[in-house]
Design a protein around this ligand. Structure first.
Ligand code: ADP
Ligand code: MG
Length: 318
């Protein structure tokens, strides 16, 4: 199969069909229409075999993940995703793997109304780079920098599950039956909080998605806002599966320092608490208050034994 046939077969019409795609895959570049009074929101993330996903991950899981990590970034901005481009580096032309990859990518793209509008295909060690483009009403996108002293800190979902799922796959944590299934699925198929992120616009004062560990990503939000944050360890939402597999103490470590959650971590000022309660009553994902913003710098964790600096998360260059 030639490169052209490959693109035509797997990538020419992947994801949603959109009226705002004037020109998609096939020309030198795509032509896209941004709605009036909106800002274009762009994010790119690269995932590398053996580094961001296990070498033996299925094509469908890799396709899903490559888009999910980017959709999570747009969710954290409160943006609506619309288009994606895909730079794919493949060690070989494996049609079964590609078909599987296109299924995983396409399922998540379609579910989120995202159209694949272009990309690049080269040979080399398996690396997938996806750019997602979307939009937000001008001046309204969520940022990391808006947290103020007195705001409460919230997180969606079940932080730590994905990191525990990876640990299970790598034999560092033992879990069986339903717990194993829940944890490994949370690692394999992150569900970016795309709709919820958009609903946080006008409610959250700051927002970040959790990719490198909750404590570390809260540290980034706090630094961007020039404030400090306190996490109350007892308030960390620990899933039943995580608690059963790891026990309370280790579960908290997974929740604080494990990566790959792709949950939203955000702050809410006192004046917006009623609005948040309304949002949560109306069918939002699980969402828990885990702490607050205080004066100072850095992140501290308060537990039964006192007050400690937060554990570090993941850093590729450390
Ligand atoms: P060029 O050499 O002009 O960059 P290419 O031959 O690389 O064009 O690609 C031809 C067309 O196919 C372009 O529209 C490009 O966006 C698209 N394309 C290439 N690879 C992919 C891919 N992996 N996914 C989606 N579209 C792709
Ligand atoms: Mg060209």
């Amino acid at each position: 199969m030639s490169e052209f046939a490959l693109i035509d077969r797997f990538f020419a019409s992947l994801g949603a069909r959109r009226e705002d795609v004037v020109l998609g895959v096939g020309d030198d570049a795509a032509l896209l229409v941004v709605p009036p009074a909106h800002e274009l929101v762009a994010a790119v993330d690269t995932i590398v075999a053996g580094r961001h996903f296990p070498e033996d991950a299925s094509g469908a899981d890799v396709g899903w993940r490559s888009l999910a990590v980017n959709l999570s970034d747009l969710a954290a901005m409160g943006a609506r995703p619309a288009w994606a481009t895909l730079a794919l580096t493949l060690p070989a032309l494996d049609e079964d793997w590609l078909e599987d990859f296109a299924h995983g990518f396409g399922a998540l793209a379609t579910a989120n109304g995202v159209s694949l509008v272009g990309g690049d295909t080269t040979r080399g060690p398996l690396t997938v780079s996806v750019q997602v483009l979307g939009h937000a009403p001008a001046g309204r996108a969520l940022r990391r920098s808006g947290a103020r002293v007195g705001d409460l800190v919230y997180v969606t979902g079940w932080p730590g599950d994905a990191a525990a799922g990876l640990a299970v796959l790598q034999g560092r944590l033992v879990a069986a039956g339903a717990n194993r299934a829940v944890l490994t699925e949370r690692f394999r198929r992150p569900e970016p909080r795309v709709a919820f992120g958009q609903r946080l616009v006008g409610i959250a004062s700051a927002c970040i998605d959790v990719s490198d560990g909750l404590a570390q990503d809260l540290g980034r939000l706090a630094a961007a806002s020039a404030v400090a944050a306190v996490i109350r360890a007892r308030e960390l939402p620990l899933s039943r599966a995580l608690h059963a597999a790891a026990g309370e103490a280790r579960a908290r470590e997974f929740a604080l320092a494990g990566g790959d959650d792709y949950e939203l971590l955000f702050t809410v000022p006192p004046a917006a608490r009623t609005a948040l309660a309304g949002l949560l009553a109306g069918g939002a994902p699980a969402c828990h208050c885990i702490g607050e913003i205080v004066a100072g710098r850095g992140v501290r964790v308060v537990d039964e034994r006192g007050d400690h600096p937060a554990p570090a998360g993941f850093d590729h260059f450390r």
